[in-house]
Design a protein around this ligand. Structure first.
Ligand code: SF4
Length: 473
């Protein structure tokens, strides 16, 4: 896999007839000047669906392709930088073929080269789950997120775009036709809950009647957590969500340009927690640690917020990595932060007191007096301090075990790829559990009452307006 001079791995590389390109991923989009210096001939710097169609057409007919938009090409040390295509419209998305899954794909095996993907490869990688997304776009522009670059390239990226509910339902059905063992679907949209209620309603009714298996929604933004949407989607089969919190400090949230004040996070957590464990696997909340500008008080504010959050929940804890050529990098440099090269994964969490308390909070809410005695030992990540690696291993093991048990107790193997879930499905346990053991949520009262809709502006606040009656037949 080619690496660029700054050490990035370029994403999704492919080659035909000795011609190689980097098909996408965040690297060519966020930092094209760096990506093009990798050992590739071209990079795709925008949406690839229609750009690649043009490129393959010209390349296949041995015509000049160097003017294809959304691409940069490298020719004899010169770089051709083409402009952007307009973003795909929803009508165009509706006409796209479904993502390939189980239709003769090839897999690369080190030392053996490419060969056909068999059932075992899908089970090894995805277990009994299927990962997809319905919508593209996010109304926010958090400074640490790749979306800032997508929005800089085209401000229309903030608008949520998606094909019809019928399209995404048919996509999942087509996958399940080939792989009936698919028993849970994970939606990795950036902002699934920002999709208007009416469209979610259409999705929910189709899902309930034609798919009928659990699904998880990643990428939930606190501002868009609404009781009616959760009632609706839970009734349809939603069994888990993942929401971004990132910090409990207003100062750090402002620094990240996230308009999600702690009070709104608490409100969202209250709604979400009311569904677990009765109908949901406990939700997962994203937290960012190791921010060099965080003060000790900022770290404590995050711990205090999580202490107050309604339970149960688990955390996805990420160590902040500042990606070159982003708003975050610029903000850090403006504050005089000496940024180091990224040399470790964002999953590597240093076992300092503040981070260990995060693991503790996923396990239980400690007595207040004990918590108050531990907080004075918390320091900012930039302050030299003692590390507790052994305790870190113990707490992390307990945290992971609790997470796994909460999934398995609902026969949800979406975070446990491999054969265990497949065997349980073959034995009929997964299907039996989903249909006869798990409690079924009630039909939401608002379903098919079209008099009121939420108009949701880009800041995530909600206004109510009247709408004409919709034909739901
Ligand atoms: S809300 Fe999430 S997806 Fe949207 S810009 Fe922020 S981090 Fe990125």
């Amino acid at each position: 896999m080619p690496t660029s001079p700054s050490g990035w791995l370029t994403g999704c590389e492919s080659s035909i007839r000795g011609y190689s390109w980097s098909g996408g991923g965040i690297h060519p989009i966020i930092h094209p000047e760096d990506a093009i210096l990798s050992d590739v001939d071209a990079i795709c710097t925008g949406e690839g669906e229609f750009a690649f169609e043009q490129f393959f057409d010209l390349f296949g007919h041995e015509k000049d392709y160097t003017g294809v938009p959304n691409f940069w090409f490298k020719n004899d040390e010169a770089v051709v930088r083409n402009g952007f295509l307009p973003l795909m419209t929803e009508q165009q998305m509706e006409g796209l073929p479904f993502p390939q899954f189980g239709e003769g794909e090839q897999i690369y095996r080190p030392g053996k080269g490419f060969g056909p993907m068999g059932l075992g490869d899908y089970i090894d990688n995805d277990g009994v789950g299927y990962t997809t997304l319905w919508s593209i776009g996010c109304p926010f522009h958090c400074s640490y997120c790749g979306n800032t670059k997508f929005i800089a390239n085209d401000p229309k990226y903030k608008k949520i775009r998606h094909p019809s509910a019928r399209y995404i339902i048919d996509e999942v059905k087509s996958v399940r036709k080939r792989f009936p063992h698919i028993s849970v679907v994970s939606f990795h949209d950036d902002s699934f809950m920002a999709i208007p209620y009416r469209q979610l309603e259409e999705f929910a009714e189709l899902w309930k009647s034609e798919v009928g298996i659990p699904f998880a929604v990643y990428g939930v933004i606190p501002n868009y957590v609404k009781q009616d949407k959760f009632d609706l989607l839970t009734w349809a089969g939603m069994n888990r969500v993942r929401m971004g919190i990132q910090s409990g400090s207003q100062q750090i949230l402002d620094f990240y340009k996230r308009p999600t004040p702690p009070a709104r996070i608490l409100e969202a957590g209250e709604v979400i927690a009311s569904f677990a464990p009765k109908f949901h696997v406990p939700p997962a909340y994203d937290i960012i640690v190791d921010n060099p500008i965080e003060t000790r008080q900022d770290v404590i504010d995050t711990l205090e917020l999580l202490y107050r959050m309604d339970r149960p929940y688990t955390l996805f804890i990420y160590s902040l990595k500042v990606i070159p050529n982003t708003d975050l990098e610029r903000s850090m440099r403006e504050r005089g932060v000496d940024l180091e090269a990224i040399d470790s994964s964002y999953f590597v969490i240093p076992p300092r007191v503040g981070n260990l308390l995060l693991y503790v909070l996923t396990l239980c809410r400690p007595p207040r007096r004990l918590f108050d005695r531990l907080l004075p030992h918390v320091e900012a990540s930039s302050t030299p301090q003692r590390l507790y690696p052994r305790l870190g291993v113990v707490l992390r093991t307990l945290y992971l075990t609790k997470r796994a048990l909460s999934h398995v107790s609902r026969m949800d193997y979406s975070i446990l790829p491999g054969w265990t879930g497949y065997v349980m499905w073959r034995l009929g346990v997964v299907t039996f559990w989903q249909r006869h053991v798990l409690r079924q949520p009630p039909r939401p009262a608002r379903l098919n009452k079209p008099e009121r809709v939420d108009a949701e502006p880009s800041d995530g606040s909600t206004q109510i307006r009247l709408s004409p009656r919709r034909n739901t037949a």
